[in-house]
Ligand binder design. Sequence first.
Ligand SMILES: Cc1nc2c(=O)[nH]c(=O)nc-2n(C[C@H](O)[C@H](O)[C@H](O)CO)c1C
Length: 92
Amino acid sequence: MFFINKYFGKNVIDPEISIMFTGIIEATGIIKRIASSGSNKTFWIESDISNELKVDQSVSHNGVCLTVETISGNVHSVTAINETLKKQILDR
Ligand SMILES: Cc1nc2c(=O)[nH]c(=O)nc-2n(C[C@H](O)[C@H](O)[C@H](O)CO)c1C
C-alpha cells in the first residue's frame, strides 16, 4: 500500500520505531502490479485519486516524489529508478 500525496512529503525513518510518513495523506493506494525493466521498477497503483492525476505530474508516494506516467481509470503508474529504490522504502 502507498500513501499518496500530490504535494511534497517527507519520510522520517527511525529504525528503532518504524517508518513514519509526515505530510498530508490524500489517499491510500493499492499496488496492483510491479514490473522490472533493468534496474527500474514500475508500479501500478489503484487509488481514489488516480483518475484526478495528470501525466507528468509529480506525486508523493510514501514521501517519494514520482512522476505519473499513465492513468487508466482508477489506476496510475509511476517508475522508480534504481537510485530512488536504493534510497527509499518503495519496494520493501
Ligand atoms: C519528480 C520525480 N520523479 C521521479 C520519478 O518518476 N522516478 C524516480 O525514480 N525519481 C523521481 N524523482 C526523484 C525522487 O523523488 C528522489 O528524490 C530521488 O530519487 C532521491 O531519492 C522525482 C523528484
